[in-house]
Design a protein around this ligand. Structure first.
Ligand SMILES: [Zn+2]
Ligand SMILES: [Zn+2]
Length: 402
């Protein structure tokens, strides 16, 4: 913990500015929560975001990756963009999940089977709260770009925005994003330089044997037994192949085969998720898991059909931008509001694709003692809108300092 950093002055101008319309933003967050939309279907959300941003004076481009929105605001010498003027991008995600909400809250989802269970309604509200302040009173010189991204949950939105020329059309020197984090005290900030979130790949394996009567195993090739052996063997990849100092996860999350006690089935299907913090370990999982599946199946006289699907890379925060991001939080909120040793998370995040193209950092804001992300009883904590929005304002004013 850095004891040289002075505690922030309570009740500063940004806090008062955002406080003046905070009720409105919380109401908007509840409205978004009541009307969650699945990945690439964020039409209503996108309309609301674009309309608000236009009303505050932003240049707004819609329809990027379908429902994505990018808003630009130039100020000072950066208008029009002069030599040496700086540009910052801040990204929020907008999509919800196919989960039936079970919170029983007054603002619970009215869209059956769809729920903002990851707090992307909150991320959108936070960035809108900051956007309004920055338009009305922000002290900066340069170009501010706000990126409202669709389809984070299916890992496709960032990639699609990039493939449609996001950073060619809307250049930035660095890009930042945040995620609320349950279990971290409300409104506390977490920063990780380097690998901050894991890569995620999926592997579907079908072990194919020869079905038959459960009473005559000698006339069959039993894929259930081969699968049982494989599942145990798969854990040897983490314990025996991966460097003990590195992180890797091999999870068999789904197994389906057979339908009766006295029938040996033809095949058994498995679905795995594989995670790592770097490309070396990721590549190792990609080699060893299919190789083990094939060899194990063969040792039982069965065969393995392996479908390995690369998802997204590990999210790697850039050091200089992460140091800057941390220093902004320390300056604005004091050391007590910054988790001193925030650990990387084994969840995944498609902002990783943006950080492959641009410098930047992805940070975490404590959601307090809430249900976990992707749970039917999760709710975004409204108390973190004000500090997180204030944080974005401070980051922009620091990055684009006059
Ligand atoms: Zn999520
Ligand atoms: Zn999320």
């Amino acid at each position: 913990m850095n004891i040289n950093v002075k505690d922030a002055q309570p009740g500063d101008a940004v806090e008062r500015g955002i406080g003046a319309y905070l009720d409105e933003i919380v109401a908007l967050r509840h409205d978004l929560h009541q009307h969650p939309e699945l990945s690439f279907h964020e039409h209503r959300t996108s309309d609301i975001v674009a309309t608000r941003l236009k009303s505050w004076g932003y240049e707004v481009e819609t329809g990027i990756a379908g429902t994505g929105v990018v808003a630009t605001l130039n100020r000072g010498e950066g208008s029009p963009r002069g030599e040496g003027s700086r540009q910052i991008g801040i990204r929020a995600d907008m999509d919800a999940l196919p989960i039936e909400e079970a919170t029983g809250l007054a603002h619970a989802s009215t869209n059956r089977g769809v729920m903002h269970a990851c707090g992307h309604d909150g991320h959108t509200a936070i960035l809108l709260a900051a956007a309004r302040y920055l338009a009305e009173a922000g002290r900066f010189d340069g170009t501010l770009r706000l990126i409202f991204q669709p389809a984070e949950e299916i890992g496709a939105g960032a990639r699609k925005m990039l493939s449609e020329g996001l950073f060619e059309r809307f250049p930035v020197d660095a890009v930042f994003g945040l995620h609320n984090w349950p279990g971290v005290p409300s409104g506390q900030f977490g920063f990780v330089a380097g690998s901050a979130m894991a890569s995620v790949d999926q592997c579907n394996i079908k072990i194919v044997g020869k079905g038959g009567h459960g009473a005559e195993p000698q006339r069959t090739v039993d894929p259930v037994l081969a699968t049982a052996s494989l599942i145990t063997a798969l854990q040897s990849v983490v314990s025996r192949n991966v460097d003990p100092q590195e992180m890797a996860v091999v999870t068999v999350g789904s197994i389906h085969g057979g339908s009766a006690s006295n029938v040996i089935p033809e095949s058994v299907a498995l679905k795995l998720t594989l995670r790592a913090f770097n490309e070396t370990v990721r590549g190792l999982l990609g080699e060893r898991v299919p190789a083990l599946a094939r060899a194990q199946a063969e040792s039982f006289g069965a065969t393995a059909e392996v479908d390995y699907r690369r998802g997204f890379p590990a999210l790697i925060n850039h050091r200089a931008e992460t140091d800057l991001a941390r220093s902004v939080a320390l300056e604005a909120f004091g050391a007590g509001q910054v988790v001193s040793d925030f650990k990387p998370r084994t969840a995944s995040e498609d902002f990783a694709f943006m950080l492959e193209q641009k410098a930047g950092s992805y940070l975490f804001v404590g959601n307090g003692d809430s249900a976990p992300l992707h749970s039917a009883t999760y709710d975004f904590n409204d108390a973190i809108i004000a500090p997180a929005a204030r944080y974005w304002v401070r980051l922009v004013e620091t990055f684009l300092a006059r």
